[in-house]
Design a protein around this ligand. Structure first.
Ligand SMILES: Cc1ncc(C[n+]2csc(CCO)c2C)c(N)n1
Length: 216
C-alpha cells in the first residue's frame, strides 16, 4: 500500500472530527458567525505568508531540480492565494489591515512547527509535514461542495479549494511524499507518519481556534 494511503488511514479519525466541527458545518451551511470567519481569515493570511516561505525553503533542499521547481511553485501559489484573499475578502468582510494582525497561538505553533521541520528535519519528514495542508483542504472543500447552500457568503472561499488547478497541486505533493517514502528507511517512514499526523492535528486546531477565539 502507498505511504499516502497508510498515512490517510492514520488521520481518518482526525479528518472525521474535522468534518463534524461546528466551524466546518456552519461554513457549509453559510451560518458561520462573521467574527469567527474574520478570525480565521486573518490568521490564515499570516499562515499563508509563512507557509509559502516554508515551501520555498523545502524546495531549496530538494536534490532534484523538478522537485525544487514544484515546491517553489507551491510556495508562490500560497502567496498568490494570500494576496487574492487580501484583494477580495479583506474589504468584503471588514478585516483589519494586515500589519495590525498578531499571530495567535495555534497559527504561531503551526507555522513554526513547519518552518523548524523544514530547517532541521530530513526532507522526507518535511514533505510529510506540509502534505495535510494540501490534502485536508481538498477533501474538506469537496465535502462542503456536496451540500451547497444557496447564497452562502463564504462560497468564494469554498471554490478556491475545489478547483482542478488546486487538485493538480495535491496530486504532485502526494507523489513526492510517496517517492520520498519509497526511497527511505523504515525509521524515517515512521517519522513521516508522525509529522503527517501532527500537521493534521494542527489543521483541526486552526479551525477550532477560530471558533473558540483562542488568543494569547
Ligand atoms: C491553515 C491552512 N491550512 C491549509 C490551507 C490550504 N492551503 C494554503 S496554501 C496551499 C497550497 C499552495 O498553494 C494550500 C493547500 C490554508 N489556506 N490554511
Amino acid at each position: 500500500m502507498k505511504w499516502t494511503n497508510q498515512a490517510w488511514e492514520k488521520i481518518q479519525p482526525i479528518y472525521d472530527s474535522i468534518l463534524q466541527m461546528p466551524f466546518i458545518q456552519e461554513l457549509q451551511n453559510g451560518t458561520l458567525a462573521l467574527d469567527k470567519f474574520q478570525f480565521y481569515m486573518q490568521q490564515d493570511s499570516k499562515y499563508l505568508e509563512h507557509y509559502g516561505r516554508a515551501l520555498a525553503a523545502l524546495g531549496a533542499k530538494a536534490k532534484d531540480n523538478q522537485m525544487a521547481l514544484d515546491f517553489f511553485e507551491f510556495g508562490k501559489n500560497a502567496l498568490i492565494v494570500e494576496s487574492a484573499l487580501h484583494a477580495s475578502y479583506f474589504e468584503e468582510f471588514g478585516l483589519q489591515p494586515h500589519a495590525e494582525i498578531p499571530m495567535e497561538p495555534v497559527c504561531h505553533h503551526y507555522v513554526h512547527y513547519l518552518k523548524s521541520t523544514v530547517a532541521y528535519d530530513p526532507i522526507e519528514v518535511a514533505v510529510a509535514a506540509i502534505l495535510p495542508c494540501f490534502w485536508i483542504y481538498q477533501e474538506v472543500g469537496n465535502y462542503i461542495l456536496q451540500k451547497e447552500t444557496a447564497n452562502n457568503p463564504y462560497q468564494k472561499w469554498i471554490d478556491t479549494y475545489s478547483s482542478e488547478e488546486f487538485a493538480e497541486g495535491v496530486r504532485k505533493a502526494q507523489y513526492y511524499a510517496d517517492l520520498m517514502a519509497d526511497n527511505t528507511t523504515e525509521a524515517l517512514r515512521k517519522q513521516m507518519f508522525e509529522a503527517f499526523v501532527k500537521a493534521s492535528q494542527l489543521e483541526f486546531q486552526f479551525w477550532n481556534a477560530a471558533y473558540t477565539n483562542r488568543i494569547w
